[in-house]
Structure formats: C-alpha cells, structure tokens
Ligand binder design. Structure first.
Ligand code: ZN
Ligand code: ZN
Length: 135
C-alpha cells in the first residue's frame, strides 16, 4: 500500500511511495538552494525501487562538491523539482518535501550543510545539526 504520494505544480507528474521516509533532512547547501529556488531544501529519502512515478520527467545531472554525480528530476512542463539521485547512494531517491501531499509526515531530523546556511534562515534548535552532509 502506498505510504505517501505527491505531484508537481501542474499535476502532470504524480508519484506514490511504497516506503515510509527512511530519513528527512533539511539541506542548506548551495545546490539545494539553487535547484529549489528556496533558502533550503527538505528531502525525504526512500528506496528508489519503492517509488512509482507517473508522467514524464526531465533530468539534469551535475557533480556535487563530493564528486558524486547528482541527478535532478523535474516536470518538463511546470519545472517543479520532485526527485533526486546520487551516484554514491545506489537505490536511494530523495523526494522534495514541498511536493508531498501528506504534510504531517514531513518531520526533519537534522539540518545539514549548516556551514552554507543563509544567516536569516530560522533553525529548529531541537534538531541535530551538521556542517556538511554526514556520510
Ligand atoms: Zn508539472
Ligand atoms: Zn543539499
């Protein structure tokens, strides 16, 4: 049974995740900020083979500071960023929290890339923090 679902802004791309999120991170890195157009990105991590995507997605591939190949998957019509994969983490898909319908499941456990955080971004001090991405 589907655990959660989501869609892009125009609705042409829809997905179901058959796994609960294994972790949820707020990421303040430059790449997440630019890719989302927001001051930080929130990612839900799930096994890639537990995500069913309906509709066509476009992709953009870039190299992270770590040297990993990162792929961003987005709706070619409305441009919403929905998913990401990382060559260093096989079978892990990140899902951008803003696309999730079941908003109550979005409970980040950590803020990562605090070293890149915009000074005005508020931080929940109850969450863990890491200067970069913990390995
Ligand atoms: Zn769309
Ligand atoms: Zn990031």
């Amino acid at each position: 049974m589907s655990k959660f679902s989501g869609k892009c802004l125009c609705g042409r791309v829809k997905y179901q995740s058959y796994s609960d999120p294994k972790a949820i991170f707020n990421c303040h890195c430059n790449d997440c900020r630019r890719a989302t157009g927001s001051v930080f990105g929130t990612n839900l991590f799930v096994p890639e083979n537990k995500v069913e995507i309906k509709g066509n997605v476009s992709s953009f591939t870039h190299t992270a500071d770590s040297g990993s190949t990162m792929t961003k998957l987005f709706c070619p019509k409305c441009g919403s960023l929905l998913f990401g994969t990382n060559s260093a983490k096989p079978n892990v898909m990140s899902i951008r929290a803003g696309t999730v319908e079941q908003v109550d499941i979005i409970k980040p456990i950590i803020n990562v890339f605090m070293s890149k955080k915009i000074p005005s971004t508020p931080i929940d001090e109850n969450l863990k923090q890491a200067p970069r991405m913990p390995s």
